[in-house]
Each structure stands twice: as structure tokens, then as C-alpha cells.
Write a protein that binds this ligand. Structure first.
Ligand code: C5P
Length: 237
């Protein structure tokens, strides 16, 4: 059993800010209940397509009431004009992060970056950080050179962050220096891998240079989600 009082508020808060909770649910009731329970352990809440398609901007507005940043994982990929106009809407919503597929090319990703900036400035929010998705874990066809090419696209197009597997951190940090790295798929020792590949433990990923770790099922499907979240945060201190 982990005892939170062993840690100072500052060190706990620093570790908390490194954890993103993936809310892979499709109702606002479930999303709100999970956020209510777990926001003391996570700095950011990730709203995925599932929740966004069922509850829309209401989900963003409702969860923004908690002391967390909002990560909208919509993985935009379309013609640059459509991406720019959509990103402008998201920028005006005041979310902290929005994902965009770097496989869409530099012009499209730059359109996303521009749209986010315009949306934020129109509405007076902090600018949303464009997060370039490099290679999906499910994509077994992408040749190794795609990771370096897409990391460069994220950097050159003006993304502030990128998503990569823990095992790809060294390459993405070399080809997209200065960008935040966001890593899904880490698993504490002894916890089910689910469908994740290219995995390592949360502290290992942080040691290799990850800035944020995205975790879903190891917390939300645990018998005691609060204890699972506390254990993960504690392992980062
Ligand atoms: O596996 P877990 O529930 O921790 O997934 C958290 C997030 O990681 C998901 O919301 C998804 O965005 C991402 N993911 C991934 N590769 C997988 C499964 C999930 O990158 N194979």
C-alpha cells in the first residue's frame, strides 16, 4: 500500500503533471465520475474520439471544471483547409492539446498549428499545443524511416509535442529536438499489456525522456483505480 504522506506536495504534484488519464468511455456520466475520482492523481485528461463523438464539446466544457488540462485526441487528417478550420474551433475551446496525424504531411500539420493559434487568439485562451502523432502502434507496415520523417514533419510544421512509443523516444528526440514527447502504452510491472506493444514501465519511459505518459486501462480497469493511479504517480517520484 502506497502512503501519499511520504511525498512532499511539490514532488507529488510534479509527478502528477506527468500523467495523462485516457478516458476511453463514451458517456459524460462515466467520464465525469472517473475525472472526479482520479483528478488528484493526473494532470491531464484525454478525451478520445469515442467520448467526443457521443458528447461533443459538452465533454470538454464539463471536464474543464476540474483542476486538469484537457487533451483532445481527435487525430485530425484531412485537406489543409479543413484541418485549419477544424483546429480553429478546437483552439477556441481552450483545450491544452490536440492530436494531428503527421502522416498527413507538413502543409496539413502546419494548417493545424495555424488554426489552433487563430482559434485561441480569437477567444482569449492559451494556445492549444499541436501534438503530432508519429506511427500508430497498430501500424505494422510503416517502414522504420517513417518515424524519422514524421518526427521531422512535426518539428518543421510547428507542433509543440509528438506522440511516440516509449521504444521510439531516442529517435524522436533526435529528429524533433525541443518537442515535448507524449508516450502511451507504458505498463507498471505485472500489469496486463492489453493490446499495447513496444511497452516499458512508467519510470523507465520518464528516464528515457518522456514528458507525459498516457495511461488508460491500467488505471480505469483496475480493481481500485485510485490506488492504481496513486501507485503509478508514486513510482515517478
Ligand atoms: O492501453 P491504454 O488503455 O493505457 O491506452 C491509453 C491510450 O493509448 C489510448 O487512449 C490510445 O490512444 C493509446 N493506445 C495506443 N496503442 C494501443 C492502444 C492504445 O497508442 N495499442
Amino acid at each position: 500500500m502506497v502512503d501519499r504522506s511520504l511525498f512532499s506536495t511539490t514532488e507529488f504534484e510534479r509527478a502528477r503533471q506527468q500523467v495523462v488519464l485516457a478516458l476511453d468511455v463514451d458517456t459524460l456520466n462515466e467520464a465525469t465520475a472517473l475525472t472526479q475520482l482520479l483528478h488528484p492523481y493526473v494532470g491531464t485528461i484525454k478525451i478520445g474520439l469515442e467520448l467526443y463523438l457521443s458528447e461533443g464539446r459538452q465533454a470538454v466544457l464539463a471536464l474543464s471544471n476540474f483542476d486538469v488540462d484537457i487533451f483532445l485526441d481527435l487525430k485530425l487528417h484531412d485537406i489543409p483547409t479543413t484541418v485549419e478550420r477544424s483546429a480553429r474551433v478546437v483552439g477556441a475551446l481552450g483545450v491544452r492539446y490536440l492530436t494531428v496525424h503527421t502522416s498527413g504531411g507538413e502543409e496539413m500539420v502546419r494548417a493545424c498549428v495555424n488554426g489552433l493559434r487563430e482559434g485561441a487568439s480569437d477567444s482569449g485562451h492559451l494556445p492549444t499545443i499541436a501534438v503530432g502523432v508519429t506511427v500508430l502502434t497498430s501500424d505494422r507496415e510503416a517502414p522504420p524511416a517513417e518515424l524519422t520523417r514524421r518526427s521531422r514533419i512535426a518539428k518543421d510544421a510547428g507542433c509543440g509535442a509528438l506522440v511516440c512509443a516509449a521504444t521510439d523516444l531516442a529517435i524522436t528526440r533526435e529528429f524533433a529536438p525541443g518537442l515535448m514527447t507524449i508516450v502511451p502504452g507504458t505498463r507498471p510491472a505485472g500489469v496486463a499489456l492489453d493490446d499495447q506493444r513496444r511497452t516499458m514501465t512508467p519510470p523507465e519511459a520518464i528516464q528515457r525522456g518522456a514528458d507525459l505518459l498516457v495511461l488508460g486501462r491500467p488505471i480505469t480497469r483496475a480493481n481500485d483505480p485510485e490506488l492504481a493511479a496513486l501507485t503509478i504517480v508514486s513510482s515517478l517520484i
